[in-house]
Design a protein around this ligand. Structure first.
Ligand SMILES: NC(=O)c1ccc[n+]([C@@H]2O[C@H](COP(=O)([O-])OP(=O)(O)OC[C@H]3O[C@@H](n4cnc5c(N)ncnc54)[C@H](OP(=O)(O)O)[C@@H]3O)[C@@H](O)[C@H]2O)c1
Length: 263
C-alpha cells in the first residue's frame, strides 16, 4: 500500500507509539493529524515532521461525548481521513482489592469510550468516501490477563471485542479494521500507568525498559496496515508469546499468572 498523500489521524501522538507512528507515516509521504492533550508536544512534533501539511487537533479521550460532538461538527473541515489510528491510552499497575472504583471508569473512558466516540465521529465520512481503515491499539493485555491490570485489561479486551464486531459490520464497505496487540514496547507507558488512586505511578519497570524498540514495533504496525491484517500481536519474548501460550495451554497459563508479579 502506498501511503503517499494519505491522511492518517493518530491519537496519543504526543508520546511513544503514537509519536513514532506520526514520524514514520510522515516519512512515507502521508499527511498526519496529531491528537492528544499535550498541545505543546504536538505542535513541537508537527514542526519537526517531514512535510508541512500536517495538523494538530487537541483531544481529551477522557471526555468521549465532547470528542464525538466536536469531531462530528468539524469533520467536513478536517477533510478526508484515510486511516484512523486509535492509539491514545493509559495503563494501570494496581491491585483490585486496593483500587478506587473511579480508576475503572477512568481507564474505560480513555481506552474504550474515547476510542468508540472518535471512531463513531470519523467512520461515516470514510464510508461515504468509499473506504478507509480503522486501526485500534489494544494490547497483549487485551488477550491475556495478569496481576495489577484488572482495569486496563478490561478496557483492552473491550477494544478487541469492539473491533471484531465493527470488522464484521463494515468489511463490505471497504473499511479495513485492524487490532494491534503490542506486548512490552519501550515507551513512557509504565511512568504514565495509574496507581490505585488513578494517579500516574511515575516509575520505570524492567519489562518496559527492556521492551521492544518503538521504531521496530511501529514498522511492524505499518506493515500490518499495508497488508490489511485483521489482528497482530507485536512483542518479543513472553510478552509476544503469551496469547499463543494461553490459547493452547489456558490452565497452565492461568496458574503461572497467579504466581507471577509480572511488571
Ligand atoms: N508501550 C507498551 O508496552 C504498550 C503495550 C501494549 C499496549 N500499549 C498501548 O499503546 C498505546 C500507546 O501507548 P504508549 O506505549 O505510547 O504510551 P505513552 O508513551 O504513555 O503514550 C500514551 C499516549 O496516550 C495519550 N493519552 C493518554 N491519556 C489521554 C487522554 N485522556 N486523551 C488523549 N490522549 C491521551 C498521551 O498523550 P497526552 O498525555 O498528551 O494526552 C500519549 O500521547 C496505548 O493505548 C497503550 O495502552 C502500549
Amino acid at each position: 500500500m502506498n501511503f503517499n498523500n494519505k491522511t492518517v489521524w493518530i491519537t496519543g501522538a504526543s508520546s511513544g507509539i503514537g509519536k513514532e507512528l506520526a514520524i514514520q507515516f510522515a516519512q512515507l509521504g502521508a499527511r498526519v493529524i496529531l491528537s492528544a492533550r499535550n498541545v505543546a508536544k504536538l505542535e513541537q512534533l508537527c514542526s519537526e515532521l517531514n512535510g508541512s501539511q500536517h495538523q494538530v487537533i487537541p483531544l481529551d479521550l477522557a471526555q468521549p461525548e465532547q470528542v464525538l460532538e466536536y469531531v462530528t461538527q468539524h469533520i467536513n473541515d478536517i477533510g478526508k481521513v484515510d486511516i484512523l489510528i486509535n492509539n491514545g491510552g493509559v495503563s494501570q499497575r494496581s491491585l483490585f482489592l486496593e483500587n478506587d472504583f473511579s480508576v475503572y471508569r477512568q481507564l474505560m473512558e480513555v481506552n474504550y469510550f474515547g476510542l468508540v466516540a472518535l471512531t463513531k465521529a470519523v467512520l461515516p465520512s470514510m464510508v461515504a468516501q468509499g473506504g478507509g481503515a480503522v486501526v485500534s491499539i489494544s494490547s497483549v493485555a487485551g488477550k491475556v490477563g495478569s496481576q495489577f491490570r484488572t482495569g486496563y485489561s478490561g478496557s483492552k479486551y473491550a477494544v478487541v471485542g469492539f473491533m471484531d464486531c465493527l470488522r464484521a459490520e463494515v468489511s463490505n464497505k471497504n473499511i479495513h479494521c485492524l487490532t494491534v496487540c503490542p506486548g512490552s514496547i519501550k515507551t513512557a507507558i509504565a511512568h504514565n500507568s495509574l496507581n490505585e488512586h488513578g494517579v500516574a505511578q511515575n516509575k520505570a519497570e524492567p519489562s518496559i525498559e527492556n521492551g521492544m524498540d518503538v521504531t521496530v514495533a511501529v514498522k511492524q504496525m505499518i506493515h500490518a496496515i499495508a497488508n490489511r491484517k485483521d489482528e497482530v500481536v507485536i512483542g518479543e519474548g513472553i510478552s509476544g508469546w503469551a496469547p499463543t501460550i494461553k490459547r493452547f495451554f489456558p490452565g497452565l497459563f492461568n496458574r503461572l499468572t497467579a504466581r507471577t508479579s509480572y511488571r
